[in-house]
Design a protein around this ligand. Structure first.
Ligand code: NCD
Ligand code: ZN
Length: 356
């Protein structure tokens, strides 16, 4: 299966897929799709638009807008998801899945993150949805955090696993579940222990930064995302998991663009925009961990295998070429200097570069 070629100067690997991505809509979509479509063949597109994607019609229309925004000459396949609410109908899910419009359903606990106010308020109230998904083999993608205000924000993932995920897997043992963007040792251990039906995505940022980064020299909203970055020991556990070669951990960038003005305000949005340098960012981690030979499994194979999809056949080349990441990602259609997004690694040097 391994098609990887590694030398001091270059890595040739199977084209990757992004199993967790926010593309937004309108002029932001038109710009942020470009770096993703240049590198990735497929991406699981998150449905947390405003209003969210909750119908077959809205998923189809959103997919059309995404495909229209893909630059000519690139091939890119968006895999659409639907947003679970307290009133999602199992029949609608089954229809959308059978018609291959919904690739998966996304569970946001209500108010857990950006645009999740219509998310699920009580998991027990949508048992019939889980029953149907288990029966038809439809994957459930979970934002795994409790929202109770008495639970410390740094503990919300661990508490979700204990209070909700473990009981859910016990009640629906054949349900196919991805715990998205994991951030803790607790999640790593839980996923490893339940890996026949459970997998997890890991973002580049959770592999690079710990919670100190949000407060170095002041309040740094660029490093604020959800689930929030945790202590160093959790980052170390995530790096070990991602580079372990274990197929239950795979690439999902959670690239979540917000315009500068929405990040830099008294109540800044959660989300880190890493799409312009995502693969390079992962490559840096794998290089630092002495695990470049395991990059391809994580980025280009384990996710497809988990979802039962074919592996990409195209190759992509990374060359060793230390380069500085620009401080701004400008929207194509915007003339205003203020309308930009700050990319992850802004102003830093990354060693690997995609050869175009
Ligand atoms: C995401 C967003 O902005 O849509 N934000 C984030 O911090 N990751 C939502 C999400 O995935 O939680
Ligand atoms: Zn996300």
């Amino acid at each position: 299966m391994n098609t990887l070629t590694i030398s001091e100067e270059q890595i040739i690997l199977r084209q990757p897929d992004d199993w967790h991505l926010h593309l937004r809509d309108g002029s932001i979509l038109d710009s942020v799709i470009i770096p993703t479509a240049k590198v990735f063949n497929r991406a699981v597109v998150m449905p947390n638009l405003s209003p969210p994607i909750v119908s077959i019609q809205s998923a189809l229309e959103y997919k059309r807008r995404i495909l229209k925004a893909v630059p000519k000459g690139l091939s890119f396949m968006p895999l659409m998801t639907t947003y679970l609410t307290d009133t999602t109908s199992p029949e609608l899910l089954a229809k959308g899945f059978a018609e291959e419009i919904f690739f998966a359903a996304k569970l946001y606990p209500q108010n857990a993150t950006t645009n999740s106010s219509l998310g699920v308020s009580d998991l027990a109230s949508i048992n019939s949805v889980f029953e149907t998904m288990e029966k038809i083999g439809m994957p459930l993608l979970i934002h795994g955090e409790v929202t109770d205000s008495e639970v410390d924000i740094f503990d919300r993932e661990a508490v979700f696993i204990e209070r909700h995920l473990e009981p859910l897997l016990n009640r629906f043992p054949s349900l196919k579940v991805v715990l998205e963007h994991i951030t803790t040792t607790d999640a790593v251990q839980f996923v490893e222990a339940n890996q026949s039906k459970l997998a997890a995505t890991i973002t580049p940022h959770h592999l690079h930064i710990n919670r100190n980064e949000m407060f170095i020299g002041g309040l740094r909203s660029d490093f604020y995302c959800l689930p929030i970055v945790k202590r160093e020991r959790h980052r170390v556990a995530l790096r070990r998991a991602a580079t372990s070669g274990s197929p239950c951990f795979f690439l999902g960038t959670d690239s979540a663009p917000h315009l500068r003005a929405s990040k830099e305000t008294s109540c800044g949005c959660a989300g880190i925009f890493n799409a312009p340098n995502a693969l390079e960012s992962y490559a840096q981690v794998f290089e630092e961990e002495g695990a470049l030979d395991r990059l391809e499994g994580f980025s280009s194979e384990f996710g497809a295998v988990f979802y039962g999809l074919s592996l990409n056949t195209k190759k992509i080349t990374l060359i060793k070429s230390p380069h500085k990441i620009p401080s701004k990602f400008k929207l194509q259609s915007k003339d205003l200097d203020s309308e930009y997004i700050v990319p992850f690694h802004s102003g830093e040097i990354l060693n690997w570069k995609i050869s175009e």
